[in-house]
Design a protein around this ligand. Structure first.
Ligand code: FE
Ligand code: FE
Ligand code: ZN
Length: 290
């Protein structure tokens, strides 16, 4: 069965129940959310009663909670030492929040070394991850990055170097982002080769989530600017091949495409994907709320 969803909202008032409502409205059977604003670390307490209701509702609508992913705020940077202590302690709290919400996966950007060099950056990430994973029930998924600035995780080799040194291998995995790997230099039009390389270097069993995004930029540009499905340089047909790829069947596919003039495009994009038919009027329809 196709596991498709998108980034959904999360707010303190409605909690997980609100995120689930979004997902259901979009026609999704999985989703991803931040437990607060992605760009900051302000977090409000979780209402267990709401979580319980959400988990019960999931059962009735056939959503598997083990396929839902949480995304850590992107200001957490384990690679650089400047805010390292803060990053480690916040990540520990975020893991506890995931546990409280009964969520299994937490997507994390590996970090940017900001001048320390790739080797030192990777060492810092390894130390930080081993520290936060000491008594974790949550699996951290390192995201493949576009290689913007000094980002680590711009190729499979860098992620492999990190994973190799993680003590508890059950608690580490990878989230592949189609826009990021395109921008990093992988030829997504030859996706079978990309998957083969991933399997050879990291091992396909580590792949637990895929972010499905088109890209505003050509291959190897290291930009990281997401585009709506079918409106970018990757294209609809190619993204469909990835979404329906044989080897990726059980892996949740999550859209993180841009809002269109303030409106989320996900309901329409998920419809396109399910119907395997590109909608050239998507942008107008979302904008005009059709
Ligand atoms: Fe991300
Ligand atoms: Fe992503
Ligand atoms: Zn991105």
């Amino acid at each position: 069965m196709l596991l498709i969803g998108s980034h959904v909202s999360y707010n303190a008032k409605k909690g997980l129940l609100g995120s689930l409502e979004d997902a259901i409205n979009y026609g999704a059977n999985t989703f991803m959310f931040y437990t607060g604003a992605p760009q900051n670390t302000v977090r409000s307490p979780i209402n267990d009663e709401q979580t319980k209701k959400a988990l019960e509702r999931m059962k009735t609508v056939g959503i598997d909670k083990n396929k839902i992913v949480v995304h850590a705020p992107y200001i957490i940077n384990l690679a650089n030492t400047e805010k390292y202590e803060f990053a480690v302690s916040f990540l520990k709290e975020e893991i506890k929040r995931c546990e409280q919400l009964q969520m299994k996966y937490l997507v994390l950007h590996p970090g940017s070394h900001v001048g320390l060099g790739v080797e030192v950056g990777i060492e810092n990430i390894i130390n930080g991850l081993n520290e936060v994973l000491k008594d974790s029930k949550v699996t951290i998924l390192l995201e493949t990055m576009a290689g913007k600035g000094t980002e680590i995780g711009r190729n499979f080799q860098e992620l492999k170097l990190i994973i190799d040194q993680i003590k508890n291998k059950n608690l580490i995995g990878v989230c592949m982002d189609t826009c990021h790997i395109n921008d990093a230099g992988y030829d997504v039009s030859l996706f079978d080769d990309v998957i083969k390389e991933f399997d050879k270097i990291i091992g396909i069993n580590y792949l637990k989530c895929i972010h499905i995004n088109d890209s505003k930029n050509p291959i190897s540009t290291h930009k990281d600017r997401h585009e709506n499905i079918g409106f970018g340089t990757i294209g609809f047909e190619q993204l469909l091949k990835i979404i329906y790829h044989d080897k990726l069947k059980d892996i949740p596919k999550i859209l993180e495409t841009p809002f269109i003039e303030g409106y989320p495009p996900y309901k329409k994009e998920i419809k396109m994907i399910k119907e395997k038919t590109f909608n050239p009027n998507l942008l107008e329809e979302v904008k005009e709320n059709l």
